[in-house]
Write a protein that binds this ligand. Structure first.
Ligand SMILES: *Cc1c(COP(=O)(O)O)cnc(C)c1O
Length: 386
């Protein structure tokens, strides 16, 4: 058997990693400004994280939710403290798409309605419900039902209100900062307007914090840049486990759980909670939310002076750069000549930076130097290949 071929591959094979660095089998070193799709939050193979996981798997790695799982309660309490959402309840699952599926389902249960609103440029995952709310027709299979999905222009409150007036809408699903779409930050007025409209028309507001959450934007959740916004549901994953598969939904106390509403075999198991707790402990110990903000400010400032860039967007360590040349060429040069990994995005000219939150300033400044060098030279042929 071979693996089903689904992604174009980067031209190196990492076998070892620490912090923001990766090494291949020959010992060649690479700087990781991508974190494998924004997943690596506290750095690769952080010693505290490794120790926590090793201890837990040796003691009890897994039992399902048919028993009391003390570390799951400890995790929920720690997440409540870290995020400030102490009065929300937590449902744990295994991925971002699954988090959104469960959030959509809860919104539908809570309202008795079937429709959902999402936005252009949005990405919410590849499962049946999440994919039809993702603005990418190319990944929607014929069996995924689009009838209840309404994809409206990101930023257009009037379109949202018209849809709420004419359709039966359970939820409004939005990324406060779009990730895959190319790092677009929603305006405060738009997000607050959605909160107001959701209340007026009896829909639930779901913040998809799968990519922007867990400190990446310089606040624990990206929507927390907006004062007075109170989501009904928040979906989380990616940076939450630093590579261990774990996701979840934070549920506002107005939405009550009933037995049988949701369920999962793996979600919230002992090992996943140990990985998640280790992430929160390191984030607190190393003050990583504040560090993401200050490192992001440094990057935004340093990038603003570089010729060959059309626009820089973002908050904290979630940065989108529109280059004048094609992003694939720039990324390829960064890997081959400077051994630096960056991410792609929806736009042909857009590069995404999503490094570990504790990346060192000298690592960021070496990227800035390399980036200047790459943009200052004529573009080479694209060598990122399948
Ligand atoms: C990656 C992502 C998802 C899907 O997460 P998976 O773990 O890949 O299922 C959902 N929403 C956003 C905003 C994402 O970036």
């Amino acid at each position: 058997m071979k693996n089903f071929d689904v992604y174009p591959l980067l031209p190196i094979t990492p076998v070892r990693a620490a912090g923001a660095l990766l090494w291949d089998a020959e010992g060649q070193e690479y700087l990781d400004l991508y974190g494998g799709h924004a997943v690596i939050s506290i750095g690769h193979s952080h010693p505290h994280y490794v120790a926590r996981i090793q201890e837990q798997v040796a003691a009890l790695g897994f039992y399902s939710n048919s028993v009391h799982i003390p570390i799951q309660e400890a995790y929920a309490a720690a997440l409540g403290r870290a995020s400030g959402l102490e009065d929300y309840a937590l449902f744990l699952c295994n991925s971002g798409a699954e988090a959104n599926e469960n959030a959509l389902k809860l919104a539908s249960f809570a309202t008795g309605k079937a429709g959902h609103i999402a936005f252009t440029g949005g990405f919410h995952g590849r499962t049946a419900g999440a994919v039809v709310l993702t603005d990418n027709p190319g990944i929607i299979a014929p069996s995924n039902q689009r009838a209840d999905a309404h994809i409206l222009p990101y930023g257009d409150l009037e379109a949202v209100e018209r849809c709420l007036q004419t359709e039966s809408i359970a939820s409004i699903l939005i990324e406060a900062i779009q990730g895959v779409g190319g790092i677009h930050v929603a305006s405060d007025a738009f997000l607050l307007g959605l909160g107001r409209l959701a209340k007026t028309y009896g829909a639930k507001l779901i913040l998809d914090e799968v990519q922007a959450g867990f400190g990446r934007s310089g606040k624990f959740f990206a929507y927390q840049w907006v004062e007075g916004l109170e989501p009904d549901l928040v979906s989380i994953a990616k940076g939450m486990g630093n590579g261990f598969p774990i996701g979840g939904v934070l549920v506002h106390p107005d939405i009550q759980a009933k037995h049988g509403m949701l369920g999962t075999t793996f979600g919230g198991n002992h090992l996943a909670c140990a990985a998640g707790l280790a992430v929160l402990e390191v984030m607190e110990e190393e003050k990583l939310v504040a560090q993401a903000q200050s490192s992001g400010d440094y990057l935004l400032e340093a990038l603003s002076g570089i010729p060959g860039i059309q626009e820089v967007r973002g908050r904290g360590l979630m940065i989108g750069i529109d280059c004048e040349q094609e992003a694939s060429k720039v990324r390829s040069e960064l890997i081959h000549k400077h051994r630096i990994f960056t991410g792609s995005a929806k736009g042909k000219f857009t590069i995404r930076l999503l490094p570990p939150l504790n990346i060192k300033i000298n690592q960021l400044s070496s990227f800035i130097e390399a980036f200047r060098n790459v943009l200052g030279e004529p573009a080479a042929e694209m060598v990122i290949s399948k």
